[in-house]
Design a protein around this ligand. Structure first.
Ligand code: GTP
Ligand code: SPV
Ligand code: MN
Length: 590
């Protein structure tokens, strides 16, 4: 029950439709969380992990059909199809509601309906927003407790206002045949049925904080982006903030928590956020970013004390693991954790694992953990004003063509670079893995409206900035002929961030090339790193043929938007092609 009439009305409507046995209003207390967990341990939804080594940690095994975001079942339901754009699946709102009303009808019979009020953004921030999720999944409610500021804190921010984003969620029968993740941006409403998986079911995250919020942000003149936020501390102690957009499972959490290999020089990275940034232009024309989330929903495989010790220390307690392996001593295990698979290992589906039996952890297995537990969490991470952003970084998996790092000539060129970004697909969504597609600003699956308008919005924001952040493109994922990574990545990525900082300060050395500014051969600090000089040369050269082909792929992508694509994007595309034609050798040395 609530004193908020609009909220009560909506909850009543949903209960009439879904017919739950009981309704539980989440208050967000630790006791309530404990009860949720215990209920799930009793009914088998959660397995208690070793409480000595992993206090308050639990394992959840999902339905084997429900392990990742399903982009093909995700829709933007605008009245006009063109407003959703060629970047989204579209369904008419009336039809979508008709279809899903049938699926929601009685879907919570015999079950508990959890009403989860939550706040996205720091408490007391003018940039924070309230959402309310109704769900019949205790797992979802518990994850929302970690990922958002849940319960009373949200209700008190909301007060009597009707300004909240309602999201109705039911597990349904978990069949992909009857699974839909529906967004109604005109009404600021979300309906999701048939999946319990993170991005499909934790409606505060991708559904609200990106798809619905991006649409709100465009109307109101701010930005909701798929970006990590970090503070880079220099030897003098000064902290410079950067935001970076990488597609799913492409290194955001790792960069956000990185342990700098240049710490002896005094370079350190502070974590503000690892997945989503809400960015506003302040009164002084400065871009500022808040992390709307309160937790991390991170990829487990590949996380180890060698690659990401901060994450390993973060997930020692109060963590929900989903679809990882289980050791005989009841500890979580995954590929790349840094130890050999123990005798008697159980795989993510609950069967005894053998070396012929595939992976023990699902490639998209995850941990859910409170952000405040992160040893590198920034002192500013809950600053209601957000942190000032000095650099924006695009990054994605590209085994060829794209250099280790490059800088855009200016804001417009930087927006173009982001808009044409190619990225190899990952296991974070169902479908083929490793296929290059255009994933503008890492937002292809998350932009709640026509991306042509989104590019225009980026260009417009640039005009309002007094000192626009510099824009960079990075690629940690170049491979050699044998398929091995050319760049060590992880903590060594600090060397690239250091160059970016030097560029912000005007001291970093660079050469102008057809594709942007590349670091001079000696500009990246390689102190203490063993790296073959040919490897660096390869990562810092312009692959002319590769970029010409890339420009062709961009042309196909941009053409889908017809007249709606901003003229500036075509202008930059043309300039790139002309610069490539003018540059002589097939592999111009920078
Ligand atoms: P989402 O949560 O899906 O948005 O993913 P993310 O962008 O936060 O990716 P994350 O940091 O979880 O990394 C995904 C995978 O990429 C993990 O298996 C990492 O080990 C691997 N990875 C991250 N950074 C690097 C890097 O610098 N080099 C290499 N080779 N792999 C990396
Ligand atoms: C991603 O896929 O980009 C994630 C995980 O961060 S999910 O919350 O499922 O979207
Ligand atoms: Mn993500």
């Amino acid at each position: 029950m609530t004193g908020n009439a609009a909220l009560q009305r909506w909850v009543d409507d949903c209960a009439r439709l879904t017919k739950p046995e009981r309704i539980h209003w989440c208050t967000g207390t630790p006791e309530e969380y404990r009860d949720l967990i215990q209920t799930m341990v009793r009914d088998g939804t959660l397995i208690e992990l070793n409480q000595q080594s992993h206090p308050n940690c639990y394992l959840h095994r999902s339905h084997p059909n429900d392990v990742a975001r399903t982009e093909n079942l995700t829709f933007i339901c605008t009245t006009n199809k063109e407003d959703a754009g060629p970047n989204n699946n579209w369904m008419d709102p009336t039809e979508a509601k008709e279809r899903l009303t049938k699926l929601f009808d009685g879907s919570m019979k015999g079950r508990t309906m959890y009403v989860v009020p939550y706040l996205m953004g720091p408490v007391g921030s003018q940039y924070s927003r309230v959402g309310v999720e109704i769900t019949d999944s205790a797992y979802v409610a518990a994850n929302m407790y970690i990922m958002t500021r849940m319960g009373e804190v949200a209700l008190s921010q909301l007060g009597a206002s009707e300004d909240f984003v309602p999201g109705l969620h039911s597990l349904g029968d978990l069949s992909p045949e009857r699974r839909f993740i529906m967004h109604f941006p005109d009404e600021r409403l979300i309906w999701s049925i048939g999946s319990g998986y993170g991005g499909n079911a934790l409606l505060g995250k991708k559904c609200f904080a990106l798809r619905i919020a991006s649409s709100i942000a465009r109307q109101e003149g701010w930005m909701a982006e798929h970006m990590l936020i970090i503070g880079l501390e220099d030897p003098s102690g000064q902290v410079t903030y950067m935001a970076a957009a990488f597609p799913s499972a492409s290194g955001k959490t790792n960069l956000a928590m990185m342990v700098s290999s240049l710490s002896d020089q005094g370079y350190k990275v502070w974590t503000v956020g690892d997945d989503i940034a809400w960015m506003h232009v302040d009164e002084e024309g400065q871009l500022r970013a808040v992390n709307p989330e309160a937790g991390f929903f991170g990829v487990a495989p590949g996380t180890s004390y060698a690659t990401n010790p901060i994450a390993m220390d973060t997930i020692r307690e109060n963590t929900i693991f989903t679809n990882v392996g289980l050791t005989p001593s009841n500890e979580p295990w995954w590929e790349g954790i840094g130890s050999d698979p123990p005798e008697g290992l159980i795989n993510w589906q609950g069967n005894v694992w053998s070396s012929e039996g595939g992976r023990a952890a699902h490639p998209n297995s995850r941990f859910t953990v409170p952000a405040r537990q992160c040893p590198s969490i920034s002192k500013q991470w809950e600053d209601p004003r957000g942190v000032p952003i000095a650099a924006i970084i695009w990054g994605s998996r590209r085994s060829a063509v794209v250099p280790l790092v490059m800088q855009a000539f200016d804001w417009q060129h930087g927006v173009f670079l982001g808009s044409g970004m190619g990225a190899e697909t990952t296991a974070a969504a169902t479908g083929a893995v490793g296929v290059v597609r255009r994933d503008p600003m890492a937002m292809l699956p998350f932009c709640g409206y026509n991306m042509a308008d989104y590019f225009q919005h980026w260009l417009n924001i640039g005009k309002r900035l007094k000192k626009a952040p510099l824009i960079f493109r990075v690629n940690w994922f170049r491979k050699d002929k044998d398929g091995k990574f050319l760049w060590p990545g992880y903590g060594e990525n600090i060397r690239v961030l250091k160059w970016i900082l030097e560029r912000i300060r005007g001291s970093g050395r660079a050469v102008e090339t057809a594709i942007g500014f590349l670091p001079s051969q000696d500009a990246i600090d390689l102190n203490g790193l063993e790296l073959a000089p040919e490897a660096l040369r390869e990562m810092l050269s312009v692959d002319k043929t590769g970029w010409i082909n890339g420009a062709l792929a961009m042309e196909d992508f941009y053409s889908q938007f017809g007249e709606r694509l901003p003229r500036e994007i075509w202008e930059e595309h043309k300039k790139l092609r002309e610069r490539l034609q003018r540059s002589s050798a097939s592999s111009t040395k920078a």
